[in-house]
Each structure stands twice: as structure tokens, then as C-alpha cells.
Design a binder for this molecule. Sequence first.
Ligand code: ZN
Length: 288
Amino acid sequence: MILGAIEAGGTKFVLAVGNEKGEITEKISIPTRNPEETMKEIHDFFKGKNIEALGIGCFGPLELNKDKEKYGFITSTPKLAWADYDILGNLRKNLGVPVEISTDVSGAALGEITFGDYKDEHTLLYITIGTGIGGGYVIDGKIHNGMLHPEMGHILMSRHPEDTFEGSCPYHGNCFEGMASGPANEKRTGMKGTEIPDDHKSFDYIASYIAEALMSYILVLSPTKIVLGGGVMGRTRMFPEIRRILSEKLNGYVKTDQLGDLLHYITEPSLGTESGIKGALALALMAE
Ligand code: ZN
């Protein structure tokens, strides 16, 4: 089966052709322009490739309630050219194949559980901590959406006692994204992300915020596997510190095999940087 996949981000779109085994045969990256120009490039890339279905993991917010008139629309994004844009409808019209859509991070969660090392997991939580922070949750092979898709990056944080940064979220100040995203730390330190050394004090705070968020997700969702991706997680000291602080915070309250083995419970994406695009292939398999 020939499948198309799109990972749509605010700065670039990754376009790929692959199959139902999660194998990618061709992949390109294009800069995100306005919808008309981007749609033309998507059309040109997939033309003649005989894809039978397409999956897209897209930046949001998105309307994902199939009962709503604006199902498949990008809604209130600050990327104004894309606000209130019917991306699902336009892709269906443009490519003439069934299309399935989800958020980029839910797509990554689906990619990990469908094509990664975590196929046997009953539930999987994928959190990305980078330019933004978001989470996707898959239960028995299905992405969890409700009233809308989860917005896990915006839960409130209790401030680290030594951190004086007020937080950068325009809506909440000191929410998870406002305290621990890459741009938040640039604002906190006054340095470019690439200039902040790994041993900078700010990463102590960020590890603590991530551990605090994970504690909430564990208590609310009880995931059987947690995968952490995104640029901030590329810092080598983050994983061990997050596991250590999380263990302290949980303080022995929840007793499970998984929490006894945090090394395997809280882990890196098994698909590396391809969780998102392979997740889009998994979405294509669900397209109707
Ligand atoms: Zn927020």
C-alpha cells in the first residue's frame, strides 16, 4: 500500500511517501509559507506517486470533532495566514484521496506505538518539549481526543524556589510551556538556545518542571509508557535528572513495575526524529 504522510509545523512541512509497514521511501522538507503556496508544493510532491491515502500530523489548534462543521480546520493559530483554514478539506480536494488528521504530537505518539519499539504498550504518552510543549495520548491504538485535543503544555507549574522568571505564556504566564519551552528559557536567560550550556542552572529548573508535569500526567492518565521528545530533551543531562526528581516527587506513593524502573518507563523516542512523520503514515492507515 502506498501512503502519503505530512508532518506540518510552523516553520517547515515534512512530506513523505511510505507504506503500511512504516517504511519511508521518499521524504522532503519545505518551508511553511502561506496555505496557497504550501498546498501547491504538496500537490507537486505527491503528483504521480499513486498514494492511496494520506495522514497529516499538524500544528494546532485544530478542530478534531467529526460532528463539527469545521472538522479538520486549523482554528485560532497566531500564524494568521493559516487561521480558520480548512487544511483537511483542501488536502482531500487537492490530492483526491482519503485523509486523516491529528495534532503533530498525537501523531508522534501514534507513530511510536504503531511502528516503534512500544507496540506492546496498552497506552503511550508522548510529550514534546521544544519550541512549544504538547502531549499526545494513545489508548489501545486510538488517539485520545475529547472536547478538543489535549493541551498538556499549559498545565500550571509551581515555581522552582530559585527561579525568578515570571513565565512566557501570553495566556497563563507560569504554565509548563511558559516555564520550560526553548523560547521560555531564552527569555529567562537572555541567551540564544544554542548558546546556553548544558550545565546552566536554568536546566535544573526545567528538569524540575518536566518532572512536576509528568507527575500530574502519571496521576491523571496512568500511562504505561512515557516518551519525551523535542529539542530541550536533546540536552544529555535531562533524562537522568527528570527521573531522579520525579521519583522524589512521587515519594513512593504509586507502586508499579513501571515506576520501579524509570529508565524504561520514561524514555526517548524509539523512532528518533521520525516519530511524527511515521505517525502520519499510521494516520494514513486510518483514513477514510
Ligand atoms: Zn499557557
